[in-house]
Design a protein around this ligand. Structure first.
Ligand code: G3H
Ligand code: 13P
Ligand code: ZN
Length: 384
């Protein structure tokens, strides 16, 4: 069934493990992500980034997505999550990743998302608090979970770029939870978005421990989120490059560090880049394995884009000729079907080891099957 993210994170917090949160950009990725979680009897927390909503709303130039695109895309994503997750035996939540403003959050909730992130971390602190509080009021009245962000991660967050990280101050985190009433908080503690996190990137687990300790002292019932946490598997990058890709300087977070923080206070671990890399490798492999597909009437355009952009690994760049497959899961011929299966396999390969290592496998029965209506009532009773 579909649940608010809060139910999934409560189980992770109680069970002292972390829930992986994985980004999707096409219907077949949603199908694959739900299936691999089902296989591992794990709760599933899928996320659509603000621009993923734009893309799935039909805007191939997704960086230029309008609010209308995002509204359409949010509905397409949520419809697909409902299609594969509603009658599933595992709990499934769909979360807006890096919502950039109030309207994006509303578009996601109206489309059927059960959780939203408002990322106002680039704003001055008081404005971040104010905007996050507005989103909390709107979302909690509908039983929807809210994640905020404090501190700035190095790397690329949509169009927000910071040269260096500003780590989250534990005392400010407490103040932020109190003033906003948000459920979850993305912290900055040494991770970075994208595939270039630097060799031997070190995350500062003592920051997690400090924030969590302060939260316990102050009776704050919230969750901590690790963004920019892809592991960037070396074998996938080298296979991708052997198939004609040109991915350079690719380093992720060593998974052993994520396993550590999963057991000392991080409740949610965001991963997008690892899926992108595995899917792009599989696309390249498909055309190398069967060169007749390179001139396919339906998917030959994907091959052309792979050849044109060897340095890119965002599947959205290559999916442009297949928007009907992306948005609605329509697979009009066997070539499109073969491509979709390759995408699904990439998603499953990237996710399975992380679901096991972060500790959520086998935990589906621990998640309370709570509806949005019931959750809205609980927020109301608690005055948040
Ligand atoms: O954390 C950020 C996501 O990976 C961003 O994805 O390219 O859809 O904004 P995006
Ligand atoms: P990666 O780029 O490390 O996969 O981070 C994803 C993320 O934080 C999504 O919000
Ligand atoms: Zn992120």
């Amino acid at each position: 069934m579909l649940v608010p993210m809060r139910a999934i994170l409560e189980a992770a917090d109680k069970g002292n493990y972390a829930q992986g949160a994985f980004n999707v950009n096409a219907v077949c990725q949603i199908k694959a992500a739900v299936e691999v979680h089902e296989m591992l009897r794990s709760p599933a927390l899928l996320q659509g980034a603000d621009l993923a909503n734009g893309f799935m709303g039909g805007c191939a130039e997704f960086a230029q997505s309008t609010l209308e695109d995002k509204k359409t895309g949010a509905k397409n994503i949520a419809d697909a999550v409902r299609k594969y997750g509603q009658d599933s035996r595992i709990p499934v939540a769909i979360h807006l990743d890096h919502g950039r403003d109030f309207d994006s959050c509303v578009a996601a909730v109206e489309g059927g998302y059960t959780s939203v992130m408002i990322d106002a971390s680039a704003l001055p602190y008081d404005e971040n608090v104010e905007l996050t509080r507005e989103v909390v009021k709107y979302a909690h009245a509908r039983g929807v979970t809210v994640e905020g962000e404090l501190g700035v991660l190095a790397g690329v967050e949509d169009d927000v770029f910071a040269e260096t990280s500003t780590y989250t101050n534990p005392l400010t985190a407490i103040d932020f939870f109190r003033k906003t009433g948000c459920d979850a908080l993305a912290i900055s503690y040494g991770t970075k978005h994208g595939a270039n996190k630097g060799k031997d990137a070190k995350i500062r687990k003592e920051i997690v421990i400090a924030i969590k300790e302060c939260m316990r002292h102050e009776h704050i019932d919230g969750f901590l989120v690790s963004h920019g946490s892809s592991t960037v598997p070396e074998y996938i990058v080298s296979e991708l490059n052997a198939l004609g890709g040109k991915i350079t300087n690719a380093y992720g977070i060593d998974v052993s560090q994520l396993v550590e923080v999963a057991h000392c206070g991080i409740n949610k671990i965001n991963v997008d880049t690892d899926l992108r890399l595995a899917v792009t490798r599989n696309l390249r492999e498909l055309f190398a394995f069967d060169p007749s597909l390179q001139s396919s009437a339906s998917i030959g355009g994907v091959y052309e884009l792979l050849m044109k952009y060897p340095e890119k690994f965002d599947p959205r760049v290559f999916f442009v000729p297949l928007m009907d497959m992306v948005m609605y899961g329509n697979e009009k011929d066997t070539d499109v079907q073969r491509l979709s299966r390759a995408v699904e396999d990439g998603v499953k390969e990237a996710l399975a080891p992380l679901i096991v290592k972060f500790g959520s496998y086998g935990k589906a029965p621990q998640v309370e099957a709570v509806s949005l209506e019931e959750m809205a009532q609980r927020y109301k009773n608690a005055g948040i």
